[in-house]
Design a protein around this ligand. Structure first.
Ligand code: NAD
Ligand code: IPM
Ligand code: MN
Length: 353
């Protein structure tokens, strides 16, 4: 019997809530299978700062490397929290960037899908939302999040957006390879009309397409126009490839299409161990109220099964159970009436044979 060792980083505020819900669902999914999960919970984020003085302790680093996959809730505090007044390198968000860098997960796959029958949950017109199925491929370990110099004095603040050729080539390959498994179309999003780094990025993407992926179609959009088109014509997108900062912003915007930031999952791959985390943050405004939508986390777990553990059939079963539960009655952020616990029970009921 194979046992999958999963590093569980529950995080802060709603992080532990959606994590507990997801672990319950994963345990139900594993029952009767030829494999099982071995969950190892380790400190990360704001809790780790309070208990260990740092957001990404060594014990967590060691467990992330020992595990078959890392499952992360969400970390961070409200705007006025003391965690946000620490020096930059000691903050929660720096711990998250350090985790991604440590694992080398340069490709962040953020699918945005409107499931058949659930178009009504979108605030967009049903005919606009219907059929949306895009994959945002966000570069995750480079760009302005990591570029040097980056500092601030009393008079000047600066961050640097820098991309090396090999970083753009590998994320472009990820986008073209995934497009081949989908509808064969890639939209590159950049700001090449203004930024030298974006013109460089675009030229490298075009080079990879022309030399290795001439069967895939490629178009380009400037990020401002892309933001408008993502919500006005979402079905015109298949794979979107973009840098770290633009991908962060566009993916929260794209959450409007299915109806809530709480439903978007992600997989961060390309490194030593896969990292699976919802797109949303720790939502301090709704923590402790049984109001967190666990769907983004549950679908991240499905991505872990599919891409991290190669348990494709289990991933299909989990996604089907989540969409069936949403079809009956969703959580309140989507206009439904269920709390986190009731929604989780419904998913588990749908998993029963
Ligand atoms: P957020 O994503 O936490 O919340 C934005 C809005 O969406 C809030 O109104 C929230 O209630 C709602 N929301 C988010 N997830 C939801 C869910 N599952 N169910 C229902 N509603 C949900 O963004 P923020 O408030 O800007 O950030 C809060 C903290 O989270 C910050 O410290 C930020 O840095 C951090 N953050 C962490 C991650 C991560 O751990 N991967 C991702 C994004 C933000
Ligand atoms: C995300 C988050 C993170 C990011 C923050 C919390 C560092 O917004 O995963 O989208 O900007 O990458
Ligand atoms: Mn974000």
């Amino acid at each position: 019997m194979s046992r999958y060792r999963i590093a569980v980083l529950a995080g802060d505020f709603i992080g532990p809530e959606v994590t507990a819900a997801t672990l319950d669902v994963l345990n139900a999914l594993a029952s009767g299978q030829a494999w099982s999960f071995d969950f190892h919970e380790v400190p990360f984020g704001g809790h780790a700062i309070d208990e260990h003085g740092v957001p990404f302790p060594d014990v967590t680093k060691a467990e992330a490397h020992a595990a078959d996959a890392v499952l992360l809730g969400s970390v961070g505090g409200p705007q006025d929290h003391a965690w946000n007044r620490l020096p930059r390198e000691q903050r929660v968000e720096s711990g998250l960037l350090a985790l991604r860098a440590e694992l080398g997960t340069y490709a962040n796959l953020r699918p945005v899908k409107v499931f058949e029958g659930l178009e009504g949950l979108s605030p967009l017109k049903t005919e606009v939302a219907r059929g949306t199925d895009m994959l945002i491929v966000r570069e995750l370990t480079g760009g302005i999040y990591f570029g040097k110099p980056s500092d601030a004095t009393a008079e000047t603040g600066r961050s640097t957006m820098v991309y090396e050729r090999h970083e753009v080539e590998r994320i472009a390959r990820t986008a073209f390879e995934t497009a081949r498994l989908r509808r064969g179309h890639v939209t590159n999003v950049d700001k090449a009309n203004v930024l030298d780094v974006s013109q460089f990025w675009r030229d490298v993407v075009v080079g990879i397409r022309d030399t290795e992926f001439s069967d895939v179609t490629l178009e380009h959009l400037y990020v401002d126009n892309a933001a408008m088109q993502v919500v006005s014509q979402p079905t015109s997108f298949d794979v979107v490839v973009t840098g770290n900062l633009f991908g962060d912003i566009l993916s929260d915007l794209a959450a409007v299409i299915p109806g809530s930031l709480g439903v978007l999952p992600s997989a961060s791959v390309g490194g030593t161990t896969g990292l699976f985390e919802p797109v949303h943050g720790s939502a301090p405004d709704i923590a402790g109220q049984d109001a967190a939508n666990p769907v983004g986390m549950m679908l991240s777990a499905a991505m872990m099964l599919r891409y991290g553990l190669n348990e494709v059939e289990a991933a299909d079963r989990l996604e089907a159970a989540v969409t069936a539960a949403m079809g009956e009655d969703a959580t309140r952020d989507l206009g439904g009436s269920r709390g986190t616990a009731a929604f989780t029970r419904a998913v588990i009921d749908h998993l029963a044979p």
